[in-house]
Ligand binder design. Structure first.
Ligand code: SF4
Ligand code: FE
Length: 490
């Protein structure tokens, strides 16, 4: 089957019986819902760019499983060059959408599961790797979006899964049958879950023997019996209902998170990739997190590019673009953004093959990448806010700017007054100034801040998770040896 067009992707979502709830109600036509649709447009961009000859090299790859042409979002990385191309692809997507385009979590899960299932089979003679290869071939051939579902709600964090008062705090087996398992639980803040055809579930922490029933990985379709999702709301999301696209800041694209609930869902044996081999849970988590920490060195950089561009435009619109301190702030934003990119590229170039043959990033550098991502985007938006000025958050609505209601003594309308007093440099229209200010508001404080700020903090693991990995990978003993040698300490 050839690569899907964006239209075919959207049509394929309509064919699913995905159960979505939002504002306390079931949303039947969720594909056309004004709050959800921008996030679908974002995923659709991963299909649209793959159709364009100029992006073919970045957006597509040759499947290592079938030799067929596939979307890179379903690819198993075969070299460090593939890892670098992944980062470049994500930067490109960030530039085109200024948002989280959601499809990377599946790609990162595929690559982590491919190597981990190989190693489990090697130890136990199980057939998880074959199961996974069959599943991934189906995903590649049908050009599907797959949610990589890792984060359990976790309940009381001081307790292991088996110690929780409510066992559903981590996804677990409630029944074992000849032909499969029945699972219960949930995954929280799942990026792109509603827009996915399938979900791949993975454990969220390293588990012990007592947590065997929680040590699970499997795939299941979005409309599986017993699976439903509750949509996460984002700051100022109801602006999308107002019919004023400028006030949305980015009315075309947006991110998406949802709570995915598994209420006694049956998983046939062929879709199980880990079932009780608890000592592999930590490896799987570490690999998935490592890939997703690399991802942020691409996607957030692409969004950063758009923010820097918008900050430069508002400086021109405000007539301050020649001021030295403004130029310096734009340089600082660029420096921070390119530092993130450097980390994304570096952890890719230093990648190495796994036992299964696909390539893994350098774990230390990927964790350094993500640790920087928990900080630099905050500084970038701080500088963007600084350059933009307070109007970013005090400007009247788009409806005021177009209002014909007369308020002035000489018959001026509300629109006339807004356009008069909010005009900047005469090289730009007031409408264009509104667009840039609202875009910056959205990315600094609105719905897009979910993807650019809070997701930079907590997505792919909160800062402390990276610090633990950095500590583990830092090889302090070797460094001590170096110091001893130089100083002559025995
Ligand atoms: Fe992809 Fe970035 Fe969104 Fe993760 S945060 S799904 S890497 S766009
Ligand atoms: Fe993310």
């Amino acid at each position: 089957m050839p690569l899907k067009t964006p239209e075919e992707y959207i049509a394929s979502l309509r064919e699913l019986n995905t159960r979505v709830y939002m504002f306390g109600q079931k949303i039947d036509n969720w594909v056309d819902d004004p709050i959800i649709r921008p996030s679908i447009n974002c995923v659709a961009m991963t299909y649209a760019l793959a159709q364009k000859p100029e992006y073919e090299d970045l957006m597509t790859a040759t499947s290592s499983l079938t030799g067929r042409k596939i979307n890179r979002f379903t690819h198993l990385h075969q070299s460090t060059e593939d890892l670098v191309k992944k980062v470049k692809m994500l930067r490109l997507l960030g530039q085109k959408t200024a948002s989280c385009f959601q499809r990377c979590v599946g790609m990162d899960a595929f690559n982590a599961l491919y190597s981990t299932t190989f190693e489990i089979d090697e130890k136990y003679g199980t057939s998880y790797h074959e199961n996974f290869k069959k599943f991934l071939t189906y995903v590649q051939d049908n050009d599907l979006v797959v949610d990589g579902a890792m984060t359990d709600p976790k309940g009381d964090r001081s307790k292991a899964p088996h110690e929780q008062k409510d066992p559903d705090m981590y996804v677990h087996v409630v029944e074992r049958r000849q032909d499969g398992i029945v699972v219960c639980g949930a995954k929280a803040h799942q990026t792109g879950a509603v827009n996915s055809h399938w979900h791949v579930f993975m454990p969220t922490i390293s588990m012990s023997e007592a947590d065997k029933d929680w040590s699970l990985s499997f795939a299941c379709p979005s409309d599986a019996e017993g699976l439903y999702m509750i949509y996460g709301r984002q700051a100022s999301d109801t602006r999308k209902l107002e019919g004023s696209p400028i006030d949305c800041g980015n009315s075309l694209f947006g991110g998406q998170e949802a709570l995915v609930v598994l209420d006694h869902v049956f998983i046939p044996n062929e879709y199980i990739f880990l079932n009780g081999e608890y000592e592999f849970t930590g490896i799987l988590v570490e690999r998935f997190a490592g890939y997703h920490r690399q991802s942020y060195g691409g996607c957030k950089v692409g969004v950063g590019d758009v923010i820097i561009g918008a900050a430069a435009i508002i400086a021109e619109q405000n007539g301050v673009n020649k001021a030295h301190h403004i130029k310096d702030k734009l340089i600082e934003m660029t420096h921070l953004n390119e530092t993130l990119y450097s980390c994304g590229i570096a952890c890719s170039c230093e990648g190495c093959p796994t036992k299964a043959g696909n390539y893994q990033i350098d774990l230390l550098l990927a964790n350094v990448c993500k640790q920087n991502v928990t900080r630099f985007p905050y500084e970038i938006v701080r500088l963007a806010e600084d350059i933009a000025g307070g109007l970013m958050v005090t400007m009247p609505s788009q409806k005021d700017f177009t209002s014909n209601t007369v308020v002035g003594k000489n018959g001026e309308t509300i629109g006339d007054i807004c356009n008069k007093y909010f005009a900047g440099s005469d090289k730009f229209t007031t409408t264009d100034r509104q667009k840039i200010l609202r875009f910056l508001e959205n990315i600094c404080l609105g719905s897009a801040a979910v993807g650019y700020r809070t997701e930079s903090m907590h997505g792919a693991g909160s800062p402390q998770a990276q610090r633990i990995m950095i500590a583990r990978q830092s090889n302090l003993e070797a460094k001590k040896e170096m110091a001893k040698k130089i100083t002559g300490i025995k």
